[in-house]
Design a protein around this ligand. Structure first.
Ligand SMILES: Nc1ncnc2c1ncn2[C@@H]1O[C@H](COP(=O)(O)OP(=O)(O)OP(=O)(O)O)[C@@H](O)[C@H]1O
Ligand SMILES: [Mg+2]
Length: 254
């Protein structure tokens, strides 16, 4: 089980996340929702051990991940929000580098990379450097890199960003399949429809605080609402979207 316990992060005086507690269990896909700037990526960076909490802790199997970060990170697959890739490498070179860092066996790794690139529709691009890859193609490489070592805990920060329809449908099925195989998954996304279909539970953040944490069907029941989108707007969007749109058109038109 992956557990956030009273996680708090201040950037200087700015509280980006305050007292967030939740857990994701094996077999579960936990959706992590919130408006822009609400603290999702800040949380994710602490959950994967890249950012030290100001207070609170992250526990994996009951132990703080910060006690033995390398041991935790060996079991972790992480798709970051921003693609930090070595763009002078080709996709197979990059994945070989990642696999090597993960101590994967060379020949098995090469076969795995070939299969993954083929499944992701990147086989024909294997000789191009990543600098020539489109946004969606880079995202596919990041996803392959995160899953290469069959991690037990999978943390995805807006993983659908830039993916085409086919790739997004495939990623949904892959995430569902990995959860069914007992992996623990936490996923931030702005695509409410995907979250609604895929996630067993959701955490909703607003301005750095958890404002809801429940099963999707229970959240709908509690809020007497028919869609997760409406629940989200009620709990996390504190302005009239249509009035703001009218004002924006006025501003643009002068
Ligand atoms: N490195 C940083 N230094 C200072 N402030 C930061 C830093 N990273 C994020 N913040 C601030 O922390 C808050 C939360 O940012 P965060 O990136 O966690 O939001 P998010 O929910 O992931 O947003 P988005 O949906 O746009 O990805 C924002 O107010 C942001 O300006
Ligand atoms: Mg973010």
């Amino acid at each position: 089980m992956l557990e956030a316990r009273s996680l708090t992060k201040y950037y200087g005086a700015l509280p980006a996340l305050r007292d967030a507690s939740f857990a994701a269990r094996p077999g579960q896909i936990l959706g992590y929702l919130g408006p822009n700037g609400s603290g999702k990526s800040t949380t994710v960076r602490m959950l994967v051990g890249l950012l030290a909490p100001s207070s609170g802790d992250v526990l994996w199997q009951g132990r703080s991940i910060f006690d033995d970060l390398p041991a935790f990170q060996r079991q972790l697959g992480y798709v970051p929000e921003e693609p930090h890739l070595y763009t002078h490498l080709t996709a197979p070179e990059y994945l070989r580098l990642v696999g090597g860092l993960r101590d994967l066996d060379d020949s098995a790794l090469d076969r795995k990379i070939e299969r993954l690139l083929d499944l992701l529709g990147l086989a024909d691009d294997q000789y191009s450097t990543l600098s020539a890859f489109s946004k969606g193609m880079r995202q596919k490489v990041l996803i392959a890199a995160a899953l290469l070592h069959d991690p037990s805990v999978i943390i995805l920060d807006e993983p659908f960003s830039g993916l085409d329809v086919g790739a997004a449908l495939m990623l949904r099925a892959v995430v569902r399949g990995l959860a069914e195989a007992g992996r623990t998954v936490l996923m931030s996304s702005h695509v409410i429809e995907v979250v609604e279909q895929l996630c067993t539970e959701v955490v909703i953040l607003s301005e750095g605080r958890v404002v809801a944490h429940d099963r999707v069907d229970r959240l709908r029941q509690l809020q007497h609402d028919e869609s997760l989108e409406h629940v989200f707007v009620k709990l996390a969007v504190h302005h009239d979207v249509h009035a703001a749109a009218r004002s924006m058109i006025e501003a643009v038109r002068g």
